[in-house]
Design a protein around this ligand. Structure first.
Ligand code: COA
Length: 133
């Protein structure tokens, strides 16, 4: 498996993974816009995209994980951990829905701690998690 920068030919597969991973997935247009303002990386095996990471940089410094997702049949095999090892260093934050126990466990495994609970009136609350290195 290799980890590399997103390119246009990955678009359909990244959109597909987003669709099967999130209730509000990224559209193709959103992915293209994000590829301009953020960094998008993909994990690829034999031409198949197994997962993607959308990583942003805060103006005040540090990174934030905007999206990370792995194809449903390929989870718990270290694909997302590979993104963390390759591209996520230094201070980093992420928001995760309170019901997303798998994601929280994943981030905790990678040194993130819950900073606070973000309360929303409509959508589900989220935890703001942060890693200080
Ligand atoms: C969260 C996600 C990206 C993890 O990707 P992954 O490739 O399966 O993760 P890895 O195999 O690299 O890491 C495995 C670790 O993550 C955690 N984890 C992953 N899936 C888990 C699950 N279903 N239940 C509990 N812990 C889980 C565990 O800490 C696990 O380590 P362990 O097996 O030693 O306990 C993946 O589950 C996913 O795509 N989820 C849907 C999208 C999503 O929720 N993204 C995060 C939004 S904030």
């Amino acid at each position: 498996m290799i980890y590399r920068n997103f390119c246009l030919r990955d678009l359909n597969q990244v959109e597909g993974i987003s669709r099967e991973s999130f209730p509000f997935p990224l559209s193709k247009l959103a992915i293209l816009l994000l590829s301009v303002v953020c960094r998008i990386y993909v994990a690829v095996e034999e031409g198949n995209v197994l997962g993607y990471l959308v990583l942003g940089e805060k103006r005040a410094g540090g990174l934030f994980i905007f999206h990370i997702a792995v194809k449903s049949g390929c989870r718990k095999c270290g694909v997302a951990s590979g993104f963390m090892g390759h591209f996520v260093d230094g201070v980093c934050s992420v928001r995760t829905h309170v019901s997303n126990a798998a994601a929280q466990r994943f981030y905790k495994k990678h040194g993130f701690k819950v900073l606070k609970r973000l309360r929303y009136s409509g959508d589900e609350d989220e935890y703001l998690m942060r890693r200080e290195l």
